[in-house]
Design a protein around this ligand. Structure first.
Ligand SMILES: NC(=O)c1ccc[n+]([C@@H]2O[C@H](COP(=O)([O-])OP(=O)(O)OC[C@H]3O[C@@H](n4cnc5c(N)ncnc54)[C@H](OP(=O)(O)O)[C@@H]3O)[C@@H](O)[C@H]2O)c1
Length: 289
């Protein structure tokens, strides 16, 4: 039976450690880290995410603010707000909640955020920094996944064979870059890959970021592997709504030595890493390193 990696417990621990550090740094800086979230429109899922982010930011001692704008906000108005926040010395992290209404070009808005305040880690400057191995604000979900892998396997991942399933800009590609930075031998597989199961069976570490419910089963997993399930899929089973990952947990956990559950694995790490990025940005912008 596998070790089930408890993302909730790990994230809670991390928030407690951050709260201690924030209290200390606040004395030195004379201010607390400021995280601001921009929400345009009334998307219900986005409202839940923004509320959770705000609550957890306050829990660690940040000044958490929100800018809730109507659906009719123009791109120019949104860019003017981003510019104002870029120049606000009390704000260290800016997050623009996606999706944005269709009349606004997401790329233009995300690219307007100061890369040093880009706590989502999506700005091309931060993507470039990650790919050339410079310090950067890292994309939250893959960064959280690396924390969980190290929690399970220890800090030294050098030489491990890692397979990332999925090549999106927000998960698959940065995940591969982070594992490469840890000196893993990394393979990315995707919808056009042939012999995908065979490739996954070679892996010491499998990261599934596909968006296909329970696609990865025991046949894909090497005995003793570490399996990280990024997927969040809402399905109907036995007449009930259920949240499942990209991994068939029941069968994969018979083979894996370590595995994340869904929910309660990678999910809670995403907000924890957003807070960690804000703390990192705060230390850099306030010269506290
Ligand atoms: N836990 C969290 O906080 C968190 C955060 C972000 C995302 N997620 C979840 O993670 C999952 C992936 O998200 P994403 O944004 O990366 O999704 P995405 O942009 O849709 O990318 C999915 C990737 O999976 C690949 N793929 C699709 N079908 C495949 C198949 N049958 N075999 C192999 N590869 C296949 C696609 O390949 P092609 O490129 O060839 O099309 C693509 O690269 C989703 O379930 C999402 O909800 C969770």
């Amino acid at each position: 039976m596998s070790n089930i990696i408890d993302g909730n417990a790990y994230a809670t621990n991390l928030r407690q450690t951050m709260a201690g550090e924030v209290a200390e740094l606040q004395q030195k800086a004379g201010k607390a880290p400021g995280l601001t979230v921009i929400l345009v429109g009334e998307d219900p899922a986005s409202q839940v995410y923004v509320r959770k982010k705000g609550e957890q930011a306050k829990e660690v001692g940040f000044i958490s603010t929100e800018h809730r704008l109507p659906e009719t906000t123009s791109q120019e108005e949104l860019l003017a707000l981003v510019d104002q926040l870029n120049n606000d010395s009390e704000i260290h992290g800016i997050l623009c909640q996606l999706p944005l209404p269709s009349h606004i070009d997401e790329k233009t808005v995300l690219n307007a955020i100061d890369p040093d305040k880009d706590v989502d880690g999506f700005h091309p400057v931060n993507v470039g920094r990650l790919s050339i191995g410079e310090e950067s604000l890292l994309p939250c979900t893959p960064h959280g996944s690396v924390h969980l892998i190290k929690h399970a396997l220890g800090d030294n991942l050098s030489g491990k064979n890692a397979v990332v399933i999925g090549r999106s800009n927000i998960v698959g590609k940065p995940m591969a870059a982070l594992l490469l930075a840890e000196s893993c031998t990394v393979t990315i597989v995707h919808s056009r890959t042939q012999n995908i199961e065979e490739i996954c069976r070679q892996a010491d570490i499998v990261v599934a970021a596909v968006g296909r419910p329970e696609m990865v089963n025991a046949d894909w997993i090497k005995e003793g592997a570490c399996v990280i399930d990024v997927g969040i899929n809402r399905i109907q089973r036995d007449g009930k709504n259920k949240l499942v990952g990209d991994v068939d947990f029941a069968s994969a956990s018979e083979k894996a030595a370590h595995i994340t559950p869904v929910p309660g694995g990678v999910g809670p790490m995403t907000i924890a890493m957003l807070l960690l990025n804000t703390l990192t940005a705060f230390k850099r912008l306030e010269n506290l390193n």
